[in-house]
Design a protein around this ligand. Structure first.
Ligand code: 5GP
Length: 206
């Protein structure tokens, strides 16, 4: 599938800073849109239906999956998460750049279906730092943190299947790296031809 828009897929182990990095990227780049996933997990804190996620029950989720409405879906930490096919395809087909903030299983499914997708893995600088961040966050009980650290090793092992790896040691540097990856896609020949047709025409390029 060749679409005019780019599809960026960002994955990371819990605590690596993925959500904060994507949030900063979206604030800096008004041409990027994030796709809102469907999930069976319960809303947390200030989360609202249709803003962070479309919150649905398991029966509705499974019905959508059976009807092929998900581009990808996966079970993560005991809940189901899926990316709406319609939402993503219509956007990239109309030339928008879309970001998916999903887990590694979903990212690899996307790459199979959409080889042009740009897969980005966010790594923590070390497991010690990851443990400190999860503890500092204070969101989870010690046993949940231990489980996340066990899972983190399995997740980190998937980084080699991704196109780009960003090490989130210093937040500002990691945001810059993320912006650089996004920007580099827009400098590709076909992307430039699409976005600057007059320049290409003036130079007799097609
Ligand atoms: P949380 O429940 O903390 O918001 O998300 C848990 C994990 O599920 C995170 O790694 C998040 O990126 C991932 N996730 C969120 N939406 C999707 C989705 O649509 N598909 C997949 N495969 N993972 C998702």
């Amino acid at each position: 599938m060749e679409y005019p828009g780019n599809l960026f897929v960002v994955a990371a182990p819990s605590g690596a800073g993925k959500s904060s990095l994507v949030k900063s990227l979206l604030e800096l780049d008004s041409h990027l849109v994030v796709s809102i996933s469907h999930t069976t997990r319960q809303p947390r804190g200030q989360e609202r239906d249709g803003r962070e996620y479309h919150f649905i029950d398991e029966a509705a989720f499974r019905a959508m999956a059976a009807a092929g409405e998900f581009f990808e879906w996966a079970e993560v930490h005991g809940n189901l998460y899926g990316t709406s096919r319609k939402e993503v395809q219509s956007r990239v087909a109309s030339g928008q750049d879309v970001v998916l903030e999903i887990d590694w299983q979903g990212a690899l499914q996307i790459k199979q279906l959409f080889p042009n997708a740009v897969l980005i893995f966010i790594l923590p600088p070390s497991y010690e730092e990851l443990a400190q961040r999860l503890n500092r966050r204070g969101e989870d009980k010690p046993e949940v943190i231990s489980q996340r650290l066990v899972n983190a090793r399995l997740e980190v092992a998937q980084a080699k299947h991704f196109d780009f790896v960003i090490i989130n040691a210093l937040f500002e540097t990691a945001v810059f790296d993320l912006k650089t990856v996004v920007h580099s896609q827009r400098l590709k020949y076909l992307a430039q031809l699409r976005s600057k047709p007059a320049v290409f025409k003036a130079l007799d390029l097609s």
